[in-house]
Design a binder for this molecule. Sequence first.
Ligand code: PLP
Length: 387
Amino acid sequence: MQKQQKSGFEMEIYLDSAATTRVCPEAAQAAAAAMTEVWGNPSSSHSQGRRAAALVKNARAQVAAALGAKPEELTFVSCGTEADHWALTGGMAANRGVGRHLITTATEHDAVLQAAEKLKKQGCEVTLLQPEKDGRVTVESLLDALRPDTALVSVMLVNNETGAVNPVAEISRALRVAGSKALLHTDAVQGFLHVPFTPKGLGVDLVSVSGHKIHAPKGIGALWIRPNLHLQPFLPGGGQEKGLRSGTEPVPNICAFGAAAESGKKQFADTLARLRLLRDRCEELLRAELPGITFPAGRGADHILSVSLPGYRSEVLLNRLDAEGICVSRSSACKRGGRSHVLQAMGVPADVIDGAIRVSFCRDNTIEEVEYFVRALAAAAAELRHR
Ligand code: PLP
């Protein structure tokens, strides 16, 4: 196939934004300025240090505004994984008086599942909610699992493999009605600036977000902590981040996160409309060009589309697409080898899981890219079928 051209260069088509995103110009500029112009340590009392501290303050306000929260409610951490670990371990410790039972879902990212494993080894009991066929957990299953000693419930907002959006606000209401003392955490790494929400609107106590899913660099995330909820410090040390997460602040990453969040917030309505357009066109074309195609998770957040060609092996298809300059992934980029635990939990048949591909979009993608991807996938499937 003739590859697409952009500005005379052979173009790569990147449809893997759920794995990571390209750093946007605003974020890159903010990071560069923080590396070359204001390189001070925010804890230093001299002018360089004070300027760096001011940059961190500004970025915190930018991320908080994009999240619909107050700056003082956000603690910067190194990534979404760290935010998840802290939320689970810190949330369970903070609510130790209530009990040692944790409820989470079988479709969480490994960051949450591994934190739950760690807690289990420390004597906590863990219940994994199983999803429905569409990948969402129900309020009923949560209420069935709920116990008087449930100290924490952790339910992701948007699943990273399927885009399934969990009913987090309904779960929060159900916990309140049931008189539960459990804290509620949501991993919103895939939800932030992809679906509309605020921590208050969801009624949660803890929210994890990550920079690199919203066009900031890798290596920066944040944990939103509900006012008056006191977590143990995640990393004790020099006392940065109000003593909750020590370590000299990565000012360039923090500034880039702030700039990306601000730019993402400004473009949010347009981005949502664009993602919907890209997703709908992709699904429509796939159905037309590949009659055997299935959509294991149906409709969720618009930036993620899980598709499958049963009878094919996704790694073979991905290699073909890669050779055409098209980047998509099997299920989750973090999951090398092994069948997707998410699709398995949803009861998706093995041949559908084995042929599954995750296509994920960002605001920079074009309809032409989607069309090119579908043509390339159809060509790869036709060629493999005739072998
Ligand atoms: N949670 C979800 C839902 C994710 O998709 C990811 C990353 O893919 C993470 C957590 C981990 O975030 P990070 O890569 O910033 O550690």
